[in-house]
Design a protein around this ligand. Structure first.
Ligand SMILES: *[C@@H]1O[C@H](CO)[C@@H](O)[C@H](O)[C@H]1NC(C)=O
Ligand SMILES: *[C@@H]1O[C@H](CO)[C@@H](O)[C@H](O)[C@H]1NC(C)=O
Length: 401
């Protein structure tokens, strides 16, 4: 027969070379896993690449051997090199933590979730911590959304028994799972726990401008704003609520207005002059109201449109004391700085007394001959000028005076 005989030594050489080539092929995937966290096979450590031999289970009957074996095969599925895996696995067993126990996920607010668990039954070495995974569920499936926020959280604390995630998207189903890790890699996953977040009220809008469309009565202010930032699945804004609160006046003077949820500006008319207004703007959806965005606007000061009211007099100890109240708030057109009070004798036009009464005082005393009759009037002034006089008041002579 022409069958060539191959020396035993050659067979041995070929086998050794093949094993070396296999080892070389394997090494980059071990390095690769250091960079490619989150990819398949993440966290598997390669002792031969790290100079870290046999951080492995020495007992072939250990249940975690199978886990280690399966993971290593998974790692090599890319090359479909099951023979390589098998033969290597005979020498290198990886033990990773079993799944954390009693995993649970519950809503702690509309968009916050608290995960709780107990340590794995078998840490298989020093437990180094946990990985928390969250997926958005869309149409019943975990969504593949590369742009979404972090889908994994590493907890480098093996004593940790809970984790809180807040600021999740509203009205969204999330799926959570967890595993522990040790120096050999990631352990077994818990089962998934799904939680559906609830709706939330909108964030506050941003007021971009407050100005005056008209700066004399009736004063008109224009308010413009930007829509608040919205999260995915947030319910739409139904309306905006606007308040203009005059500083230094009771709440009953607040002007308010409701604006359609699609509008981004509005005007509000009938503001008083000479007043600083707090502008408060909030957004509202089905779930409720946002915080208020705040701004202020000052309307220009004018001279008063109204006269002092409630003017009355008293004659006491040979003096005439006249008192009054400021004009109504909506007619002051600014802070009243002073009053001009005029008393004149009825019978003699030259007998005339004029007084500037600084605010906030609202009375004046005249030392005159109280046996005569007088006429009295008073007007309020702002820094811009003087307003109308009150109706003339007749002061009768005092027979006893
Ligand atoms: C009016 O007076 C109040 C307090 O007396 C002051 O805080 C406010 O700034 C004044 N307004 C104007 C327009 O001068
Ligand atoms: C916004 O301001 C209005 C008017 O002052 C007030 O009634 C409302 O409670 C405020 N909203 C919030 C969320 O503070």
């Amino acid at each position: 027969m022409g069958t060539p005989t191959i020396p035993w030594a050659t067979i041995n050489k070929v086998r050794t070379t093949l094993i070396l080539v296999f080892l070389l092929l394997l090494t980059p995937s071990c390095r690769g896993e250091q960079k490619q966290k989150g990819k398949k096979g993440r966290g598997i450590k390669c002792p031969w690449a790290e100079g870290d031999p046999f951080s492995l289970s020495p007992f072939p009957e250990d249940i975690n051997l199978h886990r280690g074996k399966r993971r290593l095969i998974d790692e090599n599925e890319r090359g479909s090199n099951t023979i390589l895996s098998d033969s290597l696995i005979n020498g290198f067993w990886f033990s990773v933590p079993s799944s954390p126990r009693n995993f649970n996920a519950e809503l702690t607010s509309a968009t916050s979730v608290k995960l709780t668990w107990d340590a794995p039954a078998a840490a298989n070495g020093a437990l180094l911590g946990y990985y928390v995974y969250l997926d958005r569920i869309i149409n019943g499936e975990p969504a593949v959304d590369k742009n979404s926020k972090k889908r994994m959280v590493m907890i480098k604390d093996s004593t940790k028994r809970y984790w809180e995630l807040d600021n999740l998207d509203p009205n969204t189903e999330y799926s959570f799972r967890l595993n522990g890790f040790n120096r050999n890699g990631d352990g077994e996953f818990t089962e998934r726990k799904n939680v559906v977040t609830q709706g939330i009220p909108p964030e506050a809008p941003e007021i971009t401008s407050v100005s005056l469309d008209r700066d004399e009565p009736p004063v008109v202010s224009r308010i413009e704003w930007k829509m608040p930032k919205m999260k995915p699945n947030e319910t739409p804004i139904e309306k905006y609520n606007l308040w203009l609160r005059p500083q230094g006046y009771p709440d009953s003077y607040i002007k308010s207005k409701t604006v359609d949820g699609t509008d981004l500006s509005t005007t509000i008319s009938g503001l008083w002059m000479g007043v600083v207004y707090d502008v408060l703007l909030g957004a509202e959806n089905r779930e409720g109201r946002s915080q208020n965005a705040t701004e202020t606007i000052a309307t220009p000061v004018g001279s008063p449109d109204g006269e002092p009211i409630g003017v009355q007099y008293e004659v006491m100890k040979g003096k005439i004391v006249v008192s009054w109240r400021p004009p109504p708030e909506e007619k002051r057109n600014g802070n009243i700085t002073s009053y001009k009070a005029i008393l004149s004798a009825m019978d003699e036009s030259t007998d005339r007394f004029e007084k500037m009464v600084p605010a906030p005082s609202t009375s004046s005393t005249f030392e005159v001959n109280v046996r005569r009759a007088y006429l009295f009037k008073v007007a309020a002034a702002t820094m811009k000028g003087i307003g109308p006089y009150s109706p003339v008041l007749t002061i009768n002579p005092d027979p006893a005076g």
